[in-house]
Design a protein around this ligand. Structure first.
Ligand SMILES: Nc1ncnc2c1ncn2[C@@H]1O[C@H](COP(=O)(O)OP(=O)(O)OP(=O)(O)O)[C@@H](O)[C@H]1O
Ligand SMILES: [Mg+2]
Length: 668
């Protein structure tokens, strides 16, 4: 087993009992998982279909799949399951939807959809001014992650307010059921419940998944813990790897204590610690060790590295955000043109999504290709999703998910109770929601006023379906104007500018549709074009994921498990990192872990940046260096590091212009 140290080898070979590999960043935990998959197939003769590896992000799952297929060249790995927890959950539900009270073809609500559903339920309650829909959603999500159902939430409520939130949770659940829909958290919760209540279903899955491997185990929540516990059963055939110092999702219900709980639930648990870091140069690792040592520890682990000291990590002091972004862009140009570093080897990491904007601007201005992970792609924008939902409903009146998305967008005073009754009725009748609106039998269930509102909506759709049968794009355009979608956007946006930009996105979508109509789809109908656009949606995402040689921009939460030769950790300021809310709530330890995760992504070079002033809520505020920077030994950091204005760098910038020019010439 080349490329593994003796402890890693032991971890790969160990299958006698449950195994926990507990080790710091860059020590090869993920490598143990990928090698172990290969070992189980090649040496232990396990069929690929009996193995399941679980990670947290699609990106991580994709990388793992690549690494495994490289190791198993020529071996048929059909059936090998490497996915996120959520994808695994979705597959489990899809195989037996009736068992959990769903029908096949159930819809999956994203966070945006759940939030607007909650908003509907909040409307008209006493709590509407006291709490935002997103806060309620967060609360419900926490309950679900802790396997607490509405009844249990109610019985635990300590005051009236909590009790009201629990009641909202119950309303929300009822709506989901009526709509034949699940939310993101249900993808874990529902399978766990399914397994608890149906031993036969559980047994079939246990028979299918005979060995389970979990990466980033420190970030599992209670529902995920339960799912793993159930799936692995008494056999306990699993390997989990994790690092308590990298637990950064407690705010979303992750339970780092799950690491300790394993020992209680599985007394025969074997624990292997890894201590050699293979990722970072010694100076970078030294900073990481110093920083994390400030947190209290249950397990002491000190990482060491055989790599040389490497470059001195640097700190760039910048005047403000624009300057910070400009300096980083300049540094990246230097790396790329003077040192021949591919753009893809560089990552810019920040605490909050809002910090990305100036960097995007600066990188774009310098013609540096970049990719913003977790950013909002065109098809993920609310307004584009609304417009797509209208398109889908025009093309296919049976599309219940599309119906639900826009029946009240813009507001038509059709409340959740009306929709629930409609959904219950149509389920009995076996018709779609839209068709159900016109069913005379509905009269028993809904008041005349409610029926009239639904009727008006049906008329709207029918009229424009007719128009779009003759002229697809014209029909859709007329619909968007008839409902005065712009006014709706204007009502909800923070400024006219924002509303206009959103409306432009809708315009872009229609324009795109127009091009299709004139081009390849001139002899086809709306349904074909919508199908094509939906597929584009998938392609768009795939393209996003494919990468290419681009600088990575991402939050610290998103960079878990990844590594980059050059890392810029920006915004190293008090109230940014640590975040202001963590200072107030005294959850600095989790922020320190976040900083630790960021630092340990760097392989060769690490650069921190900070500004002396930053705009916040329209005002200039003086920024203070992050305590995490001042905790680091001053002699291990180069605080003077000015590279942006060296002659070399000016040359690099000149080359970038040449590069740009060449691009223009090539295009011409
Ligand atoms: N025994 C080894 N010899 C050489 N390189 C190794 C060895 N083990 C791991 N590596 C390399 O070290 C780097 C870090 O490994 P890996 O990503 O598996 O660490 P990790 O513990 O999962 O890190 P993280 O905690 O950040 O997820 C990778 O580039 C990996 O290929
Ligand atoms: Mg890893």
């Amino acid at each position: 087993m080349p490329g593994l140290n003796s402890r890693q080898r032991e971890a790969v070979r160990y299958t006698a009992a449950p195994l926990l590999v507990l080790a710091g960043a860059g020590s090869g935990k993920t490598r143990v998982i990928t090698r172990k998959i290969a070992y189980l197939i090649e040496d232990k003769g396990l069929q690929p279909r009996h193995i399941c590896a679980v990670t947290f992000t699609n990106k991580a799952a994709r990388e793992m799949r690549e690494r495994v297929s490289q190791q198993l060249k020529g071996v048929n790995t059909r059936g090998l399951r490497i996915s996120t927890f959520h994808t695994l959950g979705l597959d489990i539900l899809r195989k037996a939807p009736e068992q959990v009270g769903l029908r096949s073809g159930f819809s999956l609500l994203d966070a945006q959809d759940s939030e607007s559903l909650i908003k509907e339920h909040l409307r008209g309650t006493a709590e509407v001014d006291a709490i935002s829909a997103s806060a309620v959603q967060h609360r419900i999500s926490r309950w679900k992650n802790d396997l607490i159902d509405p009844a249990a939430a109610l019985s635990r409520a300590e005051d009236d307010f909590e009790a009201r939130l629990a009641a909202l949770y119950a309303d929300y659940e009822r709506s989901l059921r009526a709509y034949n829909a699940v939310d993101f958290d249900d993808l874990i919760l529902a399978p766990a419940r399914l397994f608890q209540s149906r031993p036969a279903v559980l047994e079939a899955w246990q028979d299918r998944l005979r060995y389970l491997l979990v990466d980033e185990y420190q970030d599992t929540n209670s529902a995920q813990y339960e799912l793993v516990r159930l799936l692995t059963g008494t056999r306990g055939a699993f390997t989990v790897v994790g690092d308590d110092d990298q637990s950064i999702y407690a705010w979303r219900g992750a339970r780092p204590e799950n690491l300790a709980r394993l020992q209680e639930d599985y007394p025969e648990l074997k624990v292997i610690m890894l201590e050699q870091n293979y990722r970072s140069s010694a100076r970078i690792l030294g900073l990481a060790n110093t920083l994390i040592a400030k947190n209290p520890h249950v397990f002491e682990k000190r990482l060491w590295s055989e790599h040389g000291p490497g470059d001195m990590p640097r700190v760039l002091r910048c005047t403000d955000e624009a300057n910070e972004a400009e300096r980083v862009a300049s540094e990246i140009l230097h790396l790329h043109f003077a040192e021949k570093v591919p753009f893809g080897d560089v990552a810019v990491l920040f605490r909050g999504n809002h910090q990305a904007r100036p960097f995007e601007k600066a990188l774009r201005e310098h013609n540096i290709p970049y990719f913003l992970s977790g950013g909002t792609s065109f098809f993920a924008r609310a307004e584009v999703k609304d417009a797509m939902a209208y398109l889908r409903l025009l093309a296919n009146p049976e599309d219940d998910a599309a119906f639900l998305r826009i029946v009240n967008t813009p507001r038509r005073e059709i409340g959740p109770t009306t929709l629930e009754r409609l959904a219950d009725y149509t389920r009995e009748q076996g018709t779609s929601l839209l068709a159900g609106c016109e069913d005379p039998g509905l009269a028993e269930h809904l008041s005349e006023r409610q029926r009239n509102r639904l009727g008006a909506f049906v008329d709207l759709i029918r009229e424009h379906r007719r128009r779009s049968a003759e002229d697809p794009v014209g029909g859709v355009r007329a619909l968007i104007e008839t409902i005065d979608y712009y006014a709706w956007l204007r009502e909800h946006a923070s400024s006219q500018r924002v509303a206009e930009r959103r409306y432009e996105n809708v315009g872009d979508l229609l324009e795109w549709l127009g091009k299709l109509q004139k081009g390849d789809f001139h002899d086809k109908g709306l349904a074909d074009m919508v199908g094509h656009l939906t597929l584009m949606d998938v392609l768009d995402r795939q393209e996003e994921e494919a990468g290419g040689d681009r600088v990575h921009l991402m939050t610290l939460h998103a960079c878990k498990g990844l590594e980059f030769p050059h890392v810029f950790l920006v915004g190293m300021e008090e109230e940014l990192l640590p975040h202001r809310s963590s200072i107030e709530e005294d959850t600095i330890e989790e922020e320190r872990r976040l900083a630790y995760v960021g630092i340990t992504r760097a392989q060769r070079a690490l650069t921190f940046t900070l500004t002396s002033r930053r705009r916040r809520y329209g005002e200039w505020i003086r920024s203070e260096p992050s305590r995490f920077l001042t905790e680091l030994p001053a002699d291990q950091l180069d605080w003077g590091g000015e590279r942006s204005d060296t002659p070399e760098n000016r040359k690099a910038r000149g080359m970038s212009h040449l590069h740009m020019l060449k691009g223009i010439l090539d295009a011409g």
